[in-house]
Design a protein around this ligand. Structure first.
Ligand code: MF3
Ligand code: CO
Ligand code: CO
Length: 264
């Protein structure tokens, strides 16, 4: 199947799904504290998505995934399964939320710092977020997917970090994962040409050490081979006539983006 161009009616539903996913992360903030377990965070999100938002947590039973959110702590790169793990002061954790509302998916993630963290952890988390926004800033009709990947890779590697290559951003809509694949590395001008009406995620995973990963025996959790820290941020983005609109922006990020790039 090729890359789907969304209609204005579909875009309106994606704006709603995106906003709901962002609101789960905002709702969760006061609970992400030392002493909480990742399965408690999963339950809080599940109950909010189902009970308050009247939406569906997309990860639950997706290809056999057993929980409603992904929680990836420290050297875990992505797809961590919530469980009995207790978050402790100094941890960094990615929480990845995907909701389905009215048949359409909203997908976003952010890093949380647990209590006071090390300077190297804070720096990794900040550079990973900058890399995501630098990638997103490349988006406009006529640009290429390689422009996004290149901007991300350049920022990560110039800070002597590495970019995970086994997972990528993705088209999204009625399907959780659709075309195109959005690599977080690449060359300017290479790859698919970006067109108005596409919706895809940008979700770089940046490692403090080497890029290589291993999947735990649970079949899901990706961890750095060298056990170095890893950070990921994710937004879902609509390609507009002259640029992009971030469909999953949170209040706390408004000062990080140009004013006309927020969902209306
Ligand atoms: N939310 C993830 C993404 O950004 C996918 C998680 S799949 C799951 O694409 F099954 F692990 F939930
Ligand atoms: Co995604
Ligand atoms: Co996600």
């Amino acid at each position: 199947m090729s890359v789907l161009i969304k209609t204005s009616a579909e875009i309106e539903k994606m704006r709603i799904a995106g906003r709901l996913a962002a609101e789960v992360l905002e709702m969760l903030e006061p609970y992400v504290l030392p002493g909480v377990t990742t399965e408690e965070l999963d339950r809080i999100c599940h109950d909010y998505i189902v009970g308050t938002q009247k939406a569906i947590p997309a990860p639950l039973n997706y290809r056999g995934f057993p929980k409603s959110i992904c929680t990836s702590v420290n050297h875990q790169i992505c797809h961590g399964i919530p469980g009995a793990k207790v978050l402790k002061q100094g941890d960094i954790v990615n929480i990845d939320i995907t909701v389905i509302k009215d048949g359409f998916h909203g997908d976003t993630s952010k890093m949380f710092l647990i209590g006071e963290t090390s300077i190297r952890a804070k720096r990794l988390v900040a550079i990973a977020q900058e890399a995501m926004f630098l990638g997103i800033e490349q988006i406009r009709p006529g640009a290429h997917l390689g422009d996004i990947g290149h901007a991300i890779q350049r920022h990560a590697e110039s800070n002597s970090y590495s970019v995970v290559q086994e997972f990528c951003g993705h088209g999204i809509g009625r399907n959780f994962h659709e075309e195109p694949q959005v690599l977080h590395y690449g060359q300017p001008g290479q790859g698919l040409e970006i067109r108005e009406g596409m919706i895809f995620t940008v979700e770089p995973m940046i490692n403090l050490g080497k890029r290589h990963l291993r999947i735990l025996p649970d079949g899901w959790t990706a961890v750095t081979r060298d056990h170095s820290l890893s950070a990921q941020w994710e937004h879902m983005v609509l390609v507009t006539a002259d640029g992009y609109e971030i469909l999953t922006l949170r209040q706390e990020e408004l000062q990080k983006v140009k004013p006309d790039t927020r969902a209306q």
